[in-house]
Write a protein that binds this ligand. Structure first.
Ligand SMILES: [Zn+2]
Length: 76
């Protein structure tokens, strides 16, 4: 299985729009990210939790596709 990068977008927990954070700045636990759309502050830890779940789902989907491809190759 090749290495694959999963791009996870952080979404505002309040309005659901993409958070356009300062990519130059590294955020860390305890940080609050302000949403440009609704002005609410998103807790970085909660965002990471959501992002992690999303990433896991993507990884599982990708793995399933790979397995399906492999199985197709086996039973030609
Ligand atoms: Zn928002």
């Amino acid at each position: 299985m090749e290495d694959k990068q999963f791009k996870i977008t952080l979404k505002c927990l309040f309005c659901g729009c993409d958070l356009k954070g300062d990519t130059e700045k590294t955020h860390q636990s305890g940080d609050m990210l302000k949403c440009q759309e609704c002005g609410e502050f998103n807790d970085y830890d909660s965002l990471m939790e959501v992002g992690l779940e999303e990433g896991k789902a993507l990884a599982v989907e990708y793995a399933n596709n790979e397995i399906a491809k492999m199985l197709k190759g086996l039973f030609k």
